[in-house]
Design a protein around this ligand. Structure first.
Ligand SMILES: Nc1ncnc2c1ncn2[C@@H]1O[C@H](COP(=O)(O)OP(=O)(O)O)[C@@H](O)[C@H]1O
Ligand SMILES: [Mg+2]
Length: 389
């Protein structure tokens, strides 16, 4: 989410091209401070063209001390040297013309990238521990559940406190893929909204034999609509203080719940397959992420069933999405067989080519370690933000 300080109720709509659909508009400096206290993880604020410059500079100067990784962007109708100098002295990251919405979008993306890097090394890192990894594809049947269950089980098995969250709220099958019988689900979190704590969260998780904890999707598809996106945000915030990794499985759609997860994710695993519709959807997803200001270095593209002989090659994927593929996962009958047995292949057959590929993804791109060494206490201490190289 992005905070927009602007007195005009229509401003969020006006700037939606640049800021995306998820904007929290506030109408005063005091309301801005309150919004940042309520959501300390927020890292982007836009100050609209009608806000008085002196007032905005005063507020931003104050924010610099407490919110060290926050980026504030000023929008003005006219840019001149005096405005630029005053704004930059006060601590605005960028000043952009209100006529140039692509420039506003680009400034927001740059600012988010900087905040992301600052948070990785900055003082907030001590209080924010767990790393949130969202596995997504806008297409069904491409391997989201396979990857998220295997990654979660692997991370847990090598000693990381790991939580798997099933955000496929209508048709989630994390419970089945891991052969677990959840007694409680995401629905039970709704009653705890606003005051979820460690005990509350512990009361809804189901633990797999690998040590992986999971918050499963509701048993009935109809329950999904009772779960507000704010519950997901609260779950992730609380979980981050308890777990080293939170892996999120998703439905094949950009639901409000998924957008909330994107907002709070450190890493995105985006699945590509060698078919044109899936590639088109991946491109649209990447465009949406650009619009939301999600940092590009946080995205890892994984090509599933990479050896399929279907006329499209991995090079074509790279050309189409203009981004490298992090990991290629081959196709194998052993994958559905392992799901049917309810045992993640990565644990059952660690030398299987699919397991090797997924372990590479976990070790190099999520944990930030080059080799599959078993974690010692020291590695563990280094790990919470280890993926941010
Ligand atoms: N690399 C693979 N090789 C063979 N089958 C796979 C592979 N990855 C996924 N599958 C199978 O494809 C089907 C869909 O995978 P799933 O993870 O449920 O997709 P999603 O969660 O994206 O809908 C499952 O039957 C799964 O076993
Ligand atoms: Mg799935």
């Amino acid at each position: 989410m992005t905070i927009l300080w602007d007195r005009d109720p229509a401003a969020a709509e006006r700037f939606s091209f640049a800021l995306g659909p998820r904007v929290n508009r506030v109408d005063s400096g005091a309301a801005l401070s309150r919004a940042l206290t309520a959501d300390p993880d927020e890292d982007a604020v836009i100050v609209g063209p009608d806000v008085d410059l002196d007032a905005a500079c005063g507020v931003v100067e104050g924010l610099r001390i407490e919110h060290t990784s926050l980026g504030v962007i000023l929008i003005r109708r006219r840019l001149d040297v005096t405005v630029l100098a005053q704004a930059l002295r006060a601590g605005f990251r960028e000043v952009v013309s209100s006529d140039d919405l692509p420039a506003v979008a680009e400034a927001l993306r740059r600012s988010r990238e900087l905040s992301f890097r600052l948070r990785g090394a900055g003082p907030d890192a001590a209080t924010r521990t767990g790393k949130v990894v969202t596995v997504f594809s806008a297409k069904g049947g491409v391997g989201k559940t396979t990857f998220s269950t295997n990654l979660g089980a692997y991370l847990a098995s090598v000693g990381h406190r790991t939580l798997l969250v099933d955000l496929d709220l209508e048709f989630g099958d994390v419970g089945i893929a891991l052969q677990m019988l959840p007694q409680r689900s995401m629905t039970d979190l709704v009653n705890m909204s606003g005051h979820l704590d460690e005990q509350g969260l512990a009361s809804v998780v189901t633990t797999h034999s690998s040590g992986l904890d999971a918050v499963c999707a509701p048993a009935e598809p109809g329950e999904a609509e009772r779960i507000p996106p704010a519950t997901v945000a609260e779950l992730l915030r609380v979980a981050r203080h308890i777990y080293d990794f939170i892996v999120i499985d998703t439905p094949p759609a950009l639901t409000e719940h998924v957008l909330t997860a994107f907002d709070l994710s450190d890493t995105l695993v985006l699945i590509a397959t060698l078919d044109i519709p899936a590639l088109k959807n991946l491109r649209l997803t990447l465009d949406t992420l650009d619009l939301l200001g999600s940092p590009r270095e946080a995205r890892h593209i994984v090509l599933n069933r990479s050896d399929a002989k279907v006329g499209l090659r991995a090079e074509d994927v790279v050309t189409s999405i203009k981004q490298d593929i992090a990991v290629m996962v081959p196709s194998s009958h052993d994958v559905p067989a392992s799901i049917n047995r309810g045992v993640p292949i990565i644990l059952d057959d660690p030398r299987h080519p699919v397991s090797v590929a997924l372990r590479h993804l976990a070790d190099e791109h999520l944990r930030g370690v080059a080799a599959t060494a078993s974690p010692s206490g020291a590695t563990r201490r280094l790990l919470p933000w280890g993926g941010r190289k």
